[in-house]
Design a protein around this ligand. Structure first.
Ligand SMILES: [Zn+2]
Length: 243
């Protein structure tokens, strides 16, 4: 899928309203959002915990996590997604995905993942994807998807990374950059900087550390890196004029 074909006409609110400084650090996927003027955190909320009657302040993503897939029927998830989908701060559907290592039934994970994908496409929202040993299945979906995929907690090898780059997806990298394996290090070098995001996920680490480390690894000044990631964020979530 060509990223330039994607349009998000429903995302009409201005994300800059959430930027208290003009060039913040952006944490695109966290379960522990921090309250700091310098940081824009995008919390990843479990769909079953979202109170759809109250507006959530700030950008967020939500979905049934693949680990919880066995606890909810398709019908339940459909009605939960329907009641949250119009929340103005909902910028992405996730984290959703497929996980062959967790105990949740894989067929049920697939059913729910396909439902999330359907909502994402109908409402033009990117997906934040949790992928564990399920690349073949996810790549099949990615090939036909009308919305971008952001692979979160990404630390794949070079062949997989090449394949995903060709399919126009985004990569969100987290604390693994602080202890980079040689395998991920060579893959990281080929990720286009325009397809990159950073996240703290479930860790208690801070997002500035990840920016600083990437600034060193990629040999790009921190200020320049912050501008680039902000541009990536705006291009993906707010650029409604892309044709
Ligand atoms: Zn997560």
């Amino acid at each position: 899928m060509d990223k330039r074909e994607v349009r998000f006409p429903e995302i009409l609110f201005d994300l800059k309203l959430f930027f208290k400084v003009s060039i913040p650090f952006i944490d695109i996927h966290t379960h522990h959002p921090v309250n700091s003027e310098e940081i824009v955190s995008v919390p990843s909320l479990f769909l079953q915990d979202v109170d759809s009657k109250n507006d959530i302040i700030g950008p967020f993503s939500t979905a049934i996590h693949p680990w919880h897939a066995a606890s909810f029927s398709r019908g339940q998830v459909r009605s939960m997604l329907e009641s949250v989908i119009k929340q103005p701060g909902l910028i992405a559907i996730g984290e959703t995905g497929l996980d062959k290592v967790c105990s949740a039934d894989f067929q049920q994970q697939k059913l729910l993942f396909e439902l999330h994908l359907e909502f994402a496409e109908n409402h033009r929202k990117p997906l934040i994807i949790h992928a564990v040993k399920s690349w073949n299945e996810l790549i099949l979906h990615l090939k036909h998807s009308k919305v971008p995929f952001i692979f979160h907690g990404y630390s794949g090898g070079i062949e997989l990374t090449k394949q995903l780059i060709d399919l126009g997806c985004y990569f969100s990298v987290g604390m693994s950059v602080l202890k980079m394996t040689p395998r991920f290090h060579s893959a990281f070098q080929i990720i286009p900087i325009t397809s990159l995001f950073f996240e703290t996920d479930n860790s208690s680490g801070n997002i500035e550390e990840i920016y600083q480390e990437v600034s060193k690894i990629a040999d790009i000044p921190l200020d320049r890196l912050k501008i680039q990631i902000k541009e990536n964020f705006e291009n993906l979530f707010t650029n409604i004029e892309l044709e």
